[in-house]
Design a protein around this ligand. Structure first.
Ligand SMILES: [Zn+2]
Length: 210
């Protein structure tokens, strides 16, 4: 049995065109990946049209964000940036690991003080340096002070672009283009890994503060 292939123009100008491949197998999973200058979306058989369109939109956005994070320098670059930001602005605090996250779509970034890990949503991969640095300052500060107490604000407010970055993030949230709410710390884990390749709804509940 043949699969059905459909070509489409890119969702956004400048992005790769889409190749939608509909499998004949009902049990196959919806996935998307970059391939041969296309974003290829594979859909299982029997998906209703509206669900197929939602799945395509979700998966294409995810692949696009991942590409942008990679273009910015990937995890290695982000970890170096965090080390520099920690050295300059957060009293030499170092994270044990700093990575981009494709699953975090309701928060800009998160820190887990117990393990020293920081994740930054790849939604932020196109943000200006000082906004990205603010997110890193915020999460690095949480490795010292887990809550949003006075001690936390003393650290974050020492970074000179905090107010500007917060204004930028508020504007992006208001525009609602990313589905991301506000930055926050958390010891709340990301979504389980199983959601990464499916068209499931976005991540965990937003936390307060930021
Ligand atoms: Zn916070």
């Amino acid at each position: 049995m043949a699969t059905r292939v459909e070509h489409r123009a890119p969702v956004t100008t400048g992005e790769p065109p889409l190749r939608i491949v509909r499998s004949t197998r009902r049990r196959s999973r919806a996935t998307a990946f970059a391939r041969d200058g296309h974003i290829e979306v594979r859909l299982p058989a029997g998906l209703p049209d509206d669900e197929a369109e939602r799945t395509i939109a979700t998966l294409v956005a995810r692949v696009t964000r991942r590409d942008r994070a990679r273009a910015r320098g990937g995890d290695e670059w982000l970890a170096r940036r965090a080390a520099e930001v920690g050295r300059r602005w957060v009293d030499g605090v170092r994270a044990s690991e700093v990575t981009w996250s494709s699953r975090m779509t309701r928060r800009w970034a998160s820190a887990t003080p117990a393990t020293g890990r920081i994740r930054v949503s790849d939604v932020a991969a196109t943000f200006p340096d000082r906004v990205l640095d603010y997110l890193l300052v915020h999460e690095l500060a949480h490795l010292r002070v887990p809550d949003h107490s006075e001690a936390f604000h003393q650290i974050v407010d020492a970074y000179p672009h905090t107010a500007w970055a917060r204004g930028f993030l508020a504007g992006v949230s208001h525009a609602g283009v990313t589905g991301v709410d506000r930055p926050d710390q958390s010891s709340v884990p990301d979504d389980p890994p199983s959601s990464s390749a499916s068209g499931s709804a976005p991540g965990s509940e937003p936390s307060s503060g930021g």
